[in-house]
Design a protein around this ligand. Structure first.
Ligand code: NAD
Ligand code: UFG
Length: 333
C-alpha cells in the first residue's frame, strides 16, 4: 500500500515509516517541521535503504492536502501530526484546538473526497482519565482536563461520526500508552526541545549531565512504592502495531490500546535504566505534578486477539535504546 504519514519526521511517525518501508509499503511524509527536522528523512533512508517522499506542509492546509491526495492517490493515511505538550496546551488552547482538530478534519475530508479507505489516528491513553486500571477500550472516556486531552477525545468523536455515514471507510483509533526508547540503530529517537516534560527523556538528559537530577513527582500515591505507575511501550513495538492495524483494517471504527499491559513505577524505571546502562541517576522526591494520576496501564487483549500484535520489547531494551540515542544525538544537530 501507499501510505501518507502526517507527522512522519516526528518521534513515533519516523519509527512507523521505518516499519512500513521494511514491510514493503511505500510512504509519503507530510510534516511542517514544527517539532522535527527534515534530516530525519535521510535517517529513515539510512536505516531502510528506501527514501520516502517528503512534503514540508501543514496537514491542516486543505488546498495543499487536496493537491497531495490528487497527485499520489494514497491507499491509507496515518495521522500523527499534532501538538502534544500538555502544559503548553493549557497556556495556548487555541493553537491546540486549531492544529489538532483542523488537521484531522481536513485529512478525513480528503480521504472521503479522494476515495482513501484507511485512516489511522494517533490517540492517547489520556482519554481514559481517572477510570479504573487496566484501561479497556469499551470504557467511557474521561479525558484529562487539559486542551490536549480534549483534542484527542474530540478527534475520536469526529472520526467516529464520519465513519458512520461512510460505510466503506475504515477508521482505526490507536490509544498509545507511554512510548519510550528509540530505534536500535541510534539514528532516530525522541529529541524534545528544551527541558523535557516526560520521564524517559528527562532521565537520559540527567544521565548525560545536561540536567542535574531527576525530580520524582510524588512518592505517596496508592501504588506499591508510592510513585506513579505507567505502561511504557518501546516505540518500535508501537510502530509495528501501526503496520498490524493498517494491514488488518476493515470498514468501520476500531479502537485499540497499544501498550504492554504492564505497569512500571517511576522508581522501577530509574532502577532499570541504571542497571541496563551501568549508570547512576541522582534523584530527589518532589511534590506531585498537578494533573497526574496514580496509575495508567492498558488491557491489551483486544489488540492481541484482533491484530495478532503484542509488544515484544521490555523495559531493559527501552532504557538501553533511549540511552543509545541520547548519546548519539547532539541538540541542534
Ligand atoms: P512529535 O512532536 O515528535 O511528532 C509530531 C509531528 O507532527 C512533528 O514532526 C511535527 O513537526 C508535526 N506536526 C505538528 N503539527 C503539524 C501540522 N499541522 N502539519 C504537519 N505536521 C505537523 O510527537 P510524537 O510523540 O511522535 O506524537 C505523534 C502523535 O502521537 C501525536 O498526535 C501525539 O499527540 C500522539 N501521542 C503521543 C504520545 C507520546 O507520549 N509521545 C502519547 C500519546 C499520543
Ligand atoms: N515523572 C517524574 N519526573 C519527571 C517526569 C515525570 O516523576 O521529571 C513521573 C510522572 O509524575 C508520571 C511518570 O513519571 O508518574 C510518567 O510521566 P510522563 O510525563 O513521562 O508521562 P505521562 O503519563 O504523564 O503522560 C504521557 C504523555 C501524555 C499522554 C500520556 C498517555 O506526556 O501526552 O502519557 O498516558 F497523554
Amino acid at each position: 500500500m501507499l501510505i501518507l504519514v502526517t507527522g512522519g519526521t516526528g518521534y513515533i511517525g519516523s519509527h512507523t515509516c521505518v516499519e512500513l518501508l521494511n514491510s514493503k509499503h511505500d510512504v509519503i511524509i507530510v510534516d511542517n517541521l514544527v517539532n522535527s527536522k527534515a534530516e530525519t528523512v535521510d535517517r529513515i533512508e539510512a536505516i531502510t535503504g528506501k527514501r520516502p517522499l517528503f512534503y514540508q506542509a501543514d496537514a491542516a492546509d486543505d488546498n495543499v492536502m487536496d493537491l497531495i491526495f490528487a497527485t499520489h492517490k494514497p491507499d491509507g493515511v496515518i495521522h500523527f501530526a499534532g501538538l502534544k505538550a500538555v502544559g503548553e496546551s493549557v497556556e495556548a488552547p487555541l493553537a491546540y484546538y486549531r492544529n489538532n482538530l483542523l488537521s484531522t478534519i481536513v485529512l478525513i475530508d480528503n480521504c472521503i473526497r479522494h476515495g482513501v479507505r484507511h485512516f489511522v489516528f494517533s490517540s492517547s491513553a489520556t482519554v481514559y482519565g481517572d477510570n479504573q486500571v487496566p484501561f479497556l477500550e469499551t470504557m467511557e472516556l474521561r479525558p484529562r482536563t487539559n486542551p490536549y486531552g480534549e483534542t484527542k477525545a474530540m478527534c475520536e468523536r469526529i472520526l467516529t461520526d464520519v465513519a458512520r455515514v461512510n460505510p466503506g471507510l475504515s477508521v482505526t483509533l490507536l490509544r498509545y500508552f507511554n512510548p519510550v526508547g528509540a530505534h536500535e540503530s541510534g539514528l532516530i529517537g525522541e529529541a524534545p526541545q528544551g527541558i523535557p516534560n516526560n520521564l524517559m527523556p528527562y532521565i537520559t538528559q540527567v544521565a548525560k549531565g545536561i540536567l542535574k537530577e531527576l525530580r520524582i513527582f510524588g512518592d505517596d500515591y496508592p501504588t506499591p512504592d508510592g510513585t506513579g505507575v505507567r505502561d511504557y511501550i518501546h516505540v518500535v513495538d508501537l510502530a509495528e502495531g501501526h503496520v498490524a492495524a493498517l494491514e488488518k483494517a476493515v470498514p468501520g471504527v476500531h479502537i485499540y490500546n497499544l501498550g504492554t499491559g504492564r505497569g512500571t513505577s517511576v522508581l522501577e524505571l530509574v532502577r532499570a535504566f541504571e542497571e541496563a546502562n551501568g549508570l547512576k541517576i541522582p534523584c530527589r522526591i518532589a511534590e506531585r505534578r498537578p494533573g497526574d494520576i496514580a496509575e495508567c496501564y492498558a488491557d491489551v487483549t483486544k489488540a492481541r486477539e484482533e491484530l495478532g500484535w503484542e509488544a515484544k520489547r521490555g523495559v531493559f531494551e527501552m532504557c538501553r535504546d533511549a540511552w543509545r540515542f541520547e548519546q548519539s544525538y547532539e541538540a541542534g544537530e
